[in-house]
Design a protein. Structure first.
Length: 215
């Protein structure tokens, strides 16, 4: 059984995450795709006053529900329930122990793929999982991804795959948070996640439902 793992802070989850996940599910012929929201990512500080880890998890659950083949998609709170920083090597060890027969594939965009050698225990990560990457923006160089894939193969014996996404959604959660605070950006969100953001009053979004015209 082939298990894809898609980690991130998902603050908030956007259509870029979902388009990549949906395509990888099919292209890699995954039996299961697990989103794993990070509690405390080692490489970035979460902005203050943002959603709680549980709210980020709930948003990922809502986003994942909207994917095709939802039965093949799940969301794990394992990093949220583990104290301390969310190290991917620990997550993979836990997943491999829980699914000894599974072939693990870690999914990540360009930014993460290009720095993988600097993560904690890259040799453990690459031993436990194949690494599958995809461009985040049109300007991400395919040649750079291939060069990094060769480097990871030669240095760590990594199994790698570079996916060509048919549809790149060029947005980051950082950009989206800024757009939302200005009352824009909803086109980058699944409707369910946008509804959640409105109801929970996240990212400075104010929306007066009473102002909607009657039909
Ligand atoms: P932030 O702007 O808050 O740092 P982010 O948009 O980079 O967030 P993360 O949740 O940190 O989002 O990303 C999780 C994973 O999704 C990473 O592997 C990242 O490369 C990938 N990713 C993020 N945005 C996109 C996108 N638009 N298209 C494809 N992959 C993406």
């Amino acid at each position: 059984m082939k298990l894809g793992i898609y980690g991130g802070t998902f603050n908030p989850p956007h259509l870029g995450h979902l388009a990549a996940a949906q395509f990888a599910l099919d292209a890699l012929k995954l039996d299961q795709l697990e989103f794993v929201p990070a509690a405390a990512p080692p490489h970035k500080t979460l902005p203050e006053g943002g959603p709680s880890a549980e709210q980020r998890l709930e948003m990922v659950e809502l986003a994942a529900d909207g994917l095709l083949l939802p039965k093949k998609v799940s969301v794990s709170g394992m990093e949220l329930h583990r104290p301390g920083k969310s190290y991917t090597a620990d997550t993979l060890e836990q997943l491999q122990a829980a699914n000894p027969e599974a072939e693990l594939w870690l999914l990540m965009g360009t930014d993460m793929f290009l720095t993988l050698q600097n993560w904690r225990e890259p040799e453990v990560i690459t031993r436990l999982a194949g690494i599958c990457t995809f461009a985040r923006t049109q300007s991400d160089s395919g040649e750079l991804l291939e060069t990094q894939a060769r480097y990871l193969q030669e240095t760590f014996g990594a199994r790698t795959c570079v996916l060509q996404l048919p549809h790149i959604v060029d947005v980051s959660s950082t950009q989206l948070r800024e757009l939302l605070a200005q009352g824009k950006g909803q086109a980058y969100l699944s409707p369910a996640v946008y509804g959640y953001i409105i109801r929970q009053g996240l990212y400075g979004v104010h929306y007066d439902l009473k102002q909607l015209p009657d039909r």
